[in-house]
Design a binder for this molecule. Structure first.
Ligand code: CMC
Length: 428
């Protein structure tokens, strides 16, 4: 029997259907609420609002569960390759051997970016933030492939855009880094796998060929998998809402990159390392920083702590913390920042303020430490997040298009001035 919710407005009761998800989560379907009652719902920051029915990622914030297409993040991070996970997210199932090689071959074919795009890099200031470059260049891809702007593309045309995106983002990103450090760009090498090719484009120099360390490539694979999707977060929702206007896929993904850039979202990984460096240089006891984070008159927040949905622990943070230890040990790196991070975590976890608000370290708390150990500069951290998140954004966009979702267009409760007459300038 289908379940019903009753909403009573000024004595009048309205019945609304309850939708049950495959993990038994309940949602009140308010699609007809406005036409029945004239009322809308209000939920600032969408803290209680489901924007879609999705089959991509399952997240249970209370119990720290994250699964892509039903597979646990722990298992995927341990056993899968990032490209396999990308296939899984985008197509819904794990690939067979032949599907995987075809997928990889199709991506490898498109790793180059048009030589004219290379000229864009020359116009950016040398210290341009790589996220600004990456977002602009992703959007620019739509001008190089104008067919992508046709909202009635065939499935094959959409597939081609997906391959191009997956293939070109590592090149665009590594070249943004080269611009940042003022080095010549390195072209993609199609005999390397996804992670190796990216590392080679980042770190090879004309005078010195980069030697790919399997420890580094493995850690990168794990990090990309852990970031690959996270259901209806700020950037995925942005991709879906921009795409819902039938803007092309390149531009929708570019909008997702911009949403990710903010320090409350993906930009937190850069902010964490900057915070740890400041704490290290400052040298005052950690308790002072905890007090600052708790002080409502101080804008300082403990970056890398807290999450909109995880209220127990972030399963990605658990895996990353262990990976950070492994990478530092295997590469023989002693980083004082990791000691500060561990101490800060302990102090915060035992503090009433953080306990009462369920504030735990999130994925960004330890990811920066690994990126730093891998030799990736701070300004590139959020780009690394974007590289990992790309298949998730694509999967979310594809699902929205396949479900023929309507254009995203929320309502509001207007609280401004009531109608009034225009007052001429000299009478004001
Ligand atoms: N440091 C100090 N206090 C905090 C923090 C923090 N990092 N995070 C939340 N709070 C407090 C906040 O002041 C509020 O206190 P009160 O109830 O007394 O007003 C309470 O905890 C609830 O916070 P909120 O801002 O209402 O929670 P939210 O769900 O809107 O925000 C968040 C979630 C991630 C934006 C927030 O926790 C935050 O700003 N964290 C630091 C930035 C960060 O690490 N972001 C990365 C998120 S993980 C990567 C990703 O998936 O994007």
């Amino acid at each position: 029997m289908s379940e019903i919710a009753e909403v009573k407005i000024n004595g009048q009761t309205y019945e609304l259907p309850i939708i049950t998800g495959s993990e038994d989560e309940k949602g009140i379907d308010i699609t007809k609420l406005r036409s029945l009652s004239g009322a809308v719902t209000l939920d600032s920051g969408y803290k209680n609002t489901g924007s879609t029915k999705s089959a991509v990622t399952y997240l249970d914030g209370e119990n720290g569960i994250l699964r892509y297409r039903g597979y646990s993040i722990e298992e995927l991070a341990e056993k899968a390759s990032f490209i396999e996970v990308a296939y899984l997210l985008i197509n819904g199932e794990l690939p067979t051997k032949s599907q995987l090689s075809e997928f990889e071959a199709n991506i490898t074919k498109h790793t180059l970016i048009h030589e004219d795009m290379k000229r864009f890099y020359e116009a950016y200031p040398s210290k341009a933030h790589p996220m600004g470059i990456v977002a602009s260049l992703l959007c620019s891809l739509s001008t190089f492939y104008p067919d992508s702007q046709n909202p009635n593309r065939t499935e094959e045309e959409i597939e081609l855009t997906i391959y191009r995106l997956l293939a070109k983002l590592p090149t665009i990103s590594a070249w943004a880094y080269k611009n940042f450090v003022g080095h010549p760009v390195v072209y993609p090498k199609n005999n390397l796998n996804y992670e190796e090719n990216f590392l080679n484009m980042m770190f090879s120099l004309p005078a010195e060929k980069y030697k790919i360390d399997p420890v580094v490539a493995d850690a990168l694979n794990k990090l990309l998998i852990l970031h690959a999707d996270h259901e209806q977060n700020c950037s995925a929702s942005t991709v879906r809402i921009v795409g819902s206007s039938h803007a092309n896929l390149y531009s929708s993904i570019s909008a997702g990159v911009i949403a990710l850039w903010g320090p409350l979202h993906g930009g937190a990984n850069q902010a964490v390392i900057e915070m740890l460096e400041t704490i290290y240089e400052d040298g005052t006891p950690l308790e002072n920083w905890i007090a600052k984070a708790k002080d409502k008159n101080d804008p300082f927040r403990l970056m890398g702590f807290g999450h909109r949905v995880y209220k127990n622990f972030d399963p990605r943070a658990k895996i990353i913390k262990k990976a950070a230890d492994d990478v530092l040990e295997k590469l023989g790196i002693q980083d004082p920042l990791i000691e500060i991070a561990k101490e800060l975590e302990q102090v915060a976890l035992n503090d009433e303020y953080f306990k009462a608000r369920n504030l735990y370290p999130n994925v960004d708390f330890y990811s920066g430490i690994i990126y730093k150990a891998l030799g990736i500069p701070t300004e590139m951290f959020t780009v690394m997040f974007a590289l990992g998140r790309l298949p998730g954004w694509i999967a979310q966009w594809k699902e929205m298009i396949e479900n023929k979702e309507p254009i995203g267009r929320p309502r509001q409760i207007y609280v401004g001035a009531n109608e009034r007459s225009y007052v001429p300038l000299d009478e004001r």
